[in-house]
Design a binder for this molecule. Structure first.
Ligand SMILES: NC(=O)c1ccc[n+]([C@@H]2O[C@H](COP(=O)([O-])OP(=O)(O)OC[C@H]3O[C@@H](n4cnc5c(N)ncnc54)[C@H](OP(=O)(O)O)[C@@H]3O)[C@@H](O)[C@H]2O)c1
Length: 329
């Protein structure tokens, strides 16, 4: 497993594991997954050399943190657990209190990476960051990260913390290549980390979904799975399949390998099965040729999905057409 050296964290596996799926209703994986498969996935991830595990206090309202902490067991302290505070009222006292809740659920005296889940549109980072700095100085956390931050806001967070905010966790995949333009060059220049979330575009880049076979749950409202966007994604998926066939691997593995081919990027794919975490970990060994990376980047930049609003309107129209057809009108 390839690793990236990160200040405050040490070596981090380029392929991590996302655990929003653990105990969260919105993925629709059910109780059996939460109490069985999720633990097996974490154990297998450890065997395969994965050392970065992402969670958040809001995932399953604390269940994801609990499941992850239990599944890691005695290895909890040997890995980089990254959790997040949802910054509704991020006043210093609350930040300390919320970290204590996460640490308790994870069974960790010290949380390696503590991230602000998203920018608060009205409360500036000068409010939570002094508390984050105190937590760093007290050794309660190993590093401070942010999530869903623009480059400007990331810089403002640096200034508010008074030292570098080490990571920014953002939506980043072949279907959402935006961070290539600004966040990745910044991370490379400043030795920071971009943590790519939804690196498989929630399964779209696995190549098995279509208008006849759409995922449900939270993904039912993801515009990428709308009919028109599935059609628009075909050229990108075609390039992905072609590169995958050349290496004898799965499209999802190429999608992850493309991300880890970027400087200072690590990925945190979620997994619905042990087989998926095995495939995803193996993607950490897959080396793409420069021309393959360039072809994938070109296909990613050429993919122009419809907005969420347009997809919603199209979806309603499709349902009306379906109903009309059934009624014979
Ligand atoms: N900071 C934030 O705001 C934020 C937002 C979203 C996510 N995240 C974090 O990022 C993590 C990953 O993002 P995500 O879960 O949204 O999306 P993702 O990792 O792109 O997609 C995960 C889903 O893709 C499918 N999959 C996984 N491996 C596969 C493989 N090898 N082949 C084919 N399909 C595969 C599985 O679903 P099926 O098998 O059911 O198709 C799995 O549940 C989350 O768990 C969470 O930790 C953070």
């Amino acid at each position: 497993m390839r690793v990236l050296d990160v200040d405050g964290l040490g070596p981090v596996s380029r392929i991590g594991l996302g655990t929003w799926q653990f105990g969260s209703r919105e993925w629709g994986y059910g109780e059996e997954y939460a109490s069985g498969a999720a633990r097996d996935i974490v154990r297998r991830a450890r065997e395969l050399g994965i050392t970065l595990f992402d969670t958040a206090e809001v995932y399953g309202l604390g269940r994801s943190e609990r499941i992850l902490g239990e599944a890691l067991g005695d290895e909890r302290a040997d890995v980089v657990v990254a959790t997040k505070i949802f910054p509704v009222a991020p006043f210093p006292k609350l930040v300390r209190h919320r970290l204590a809740g996460s640490a308790r659920r994870l069974g960790l005296p010290r949380v390696p990476l503590y991230q602000i889940h998203q920018p608060n549109p009205v409360v500036p980072d000068s409010v939570p960051m002094p508390a984050m700095r105190d937590l760093l100085d007290a050794g309660r956390i190993g590093a401070v990260g942010v999530s869903n931050y623009s480059l400007d806001r990331w810089r403002a967070a640096d200034a508010a913390l008074g030292r570098p905010v080490i990571s920014n966790q953002v939506q980043f995949s072949l279907a959402h290549p935006g961070p290539l333009e600004d966040l990745v060059p910044f991370a490379e220049r400043e030795r920071r980390v971009v943590i790519a979330y939804s690196p498989l575009a929630q399964g779209l880049l696995g190549g098995r979904y279509s208008a006849e076979n759409r995922p449900g749950g939270v993904r039912a409202v993801n515009p990428l799975f709308g009919t028109e966007n599935l059609r628009r994604a075909e050229p990108l998926l075609g390039t992905l399949r072609e590169v995958a066939a050349g290496h004898g691997v799965q499209p999802a593995q190429v999608a992850l390998a493309w991300l880890v081919a970027q400087p200072r990027v690590v990925v945190i794919p979620g997994a619905s099965s042990v087989a998926q975490v095995e495939a995803n970990a193996a993607a950490g060994e897959l080396q793409l040729a420069d021309d393959e990376v360039a072809a994938l980047t070109g296909a990613a930049r050429a993919f122009r999905p419809l907005s969420a609003a347009r997809t919603l309107v199209d979806g309603v129209r499709e349902r009306i057409d379906d109903a009309r057809e059934r009624l014979g009108r």
